[in-house]
Design a protein around this ligand. Structure first.
Ligand code: PAF
Length: 281
């Protein structure tokens, strides 16, 4: 039975004993609207940790003024059921007032890695993510924390934050879970109507096209990018935000020849829904 806690004080109380007994604490930070991708994160955490805590908190700090903070789905009962089913020990569901008790004057910011991709198009987004993740790390003090590779830039940024700030937490990336046609699972997929759902797969197709070109020996990153974008643009239902080939560690666009491992990442709009996805080569 998962224990649901709402306050920082209760979290500290829950974990005091576990920590003293040398138990491994695994944290799965989420914004709720949980799907099979989150279930997989909890499953991996369950396999590696003695105590698994899932946090559910829609973090206002990481949404821009014109973004979907108020609309973001909050199906709490279904989320708690999924946590229970996946064997989470504790679910931390704080209110916004609990997390941001005072007006927040301290922020955590990772530079450079946030210059491109989502960082470029969502100013302040990663500062909101790294600030709240730091707070969650300080509240829960986990040994390990689990993040999906679908948010590849977020994962790279959080990894770098823990290294740069000497946080004693292992960051575990978990591969993206996909629908049978390949669409990456996302809480925002539930905004798509039937027609948009069909169109949404175009991003993954373009990513696969780029991946295939590189695998078959194309080294010119501009050429790969152009071919993939041309494929994407064939579908009038998709509006491209970015499509980049970047180095996996510092998330910088590869301008010249592709000589080592890269990540191909894209963001598109389908109607009013923004979708992101990535693949590695
Ligand atoms: O990936 C998410 O759901 C969020 O960005 C996170 C990591 C829970 C921080 O709010």
């Amino acid at each position: 039975m998962s224990v649901v806690v709402k306050t920082v004080a209760e979290v500290r109380q829950q974990f005091q004993g576990a920590r003293l007994n040398g138990k491994i604490l695994g944290l799965v930070p989420t914004m709720g609207a949980l799907h099979a991708g989150h279930a997989r994160l909890i499953e991996v955490a369950r396999g590696e940790s003695d105590v698994v805590v899932v946090s559910i908190f829609v973090n206002p700090l990481q949404f821009g003024p014109s973004e979907d903070y108020t609309q973001y789905p909050r199906p709490l009962a279904a989320d708690l059921e999924l946590c229970e089913r996946m064997g989470a020990d504790v679910v931390f569901v704080p209110s916004s007032e609990e997390v941001y008790r005072s007006s927040q004057l301290t922020f955590v910011e990772v530079t450079r890695l946030t210059d491109h991709l989502c960082g470029k198009f969502r100013p302040g987004h990663f500062r909101g993510v790294t600030t709240v993740v730091s707070k969650l790390f300080n509240i829960v003090q986990p040994d390990r924390a689990y993040f999906g590779e679908k948010d590849f830039q977020q994962l790279a940024v959080i990894r770098r934050m823990t290294i740069d700030l000497n946080m004693p937490i292992a960051i575990v990336g978990v591969p993206t879970v996909r629908e049978t046609d390949g669409l990456a699972l996302s809480s925002r997929n539930r905004y798509l109507d039937e027609g948009q759902r069909k169109v949404a797969i175009g991003l993954y197709r373009a990513l696969l096209k780029a991946q295939e070109l590189i695998r078959s020996g194309e080294k010119d990153s501009a050429r790969v990018r152009e071919s993939a974008i041309a494929l994407l643009k064939r579908d009038p239902g998709i509006r491209l935000e970015y499509f980049e080939i970047v180095d996996p560690e510092e998330v910088q666009p590869v301008k010249d020849a592709i000589t080592g491992p890269v990540r191909i990442a894209g963001a598109v709009w389908v109607g009013n829904t923004r979708l992101i996805d990535n693949v590695s080569v």
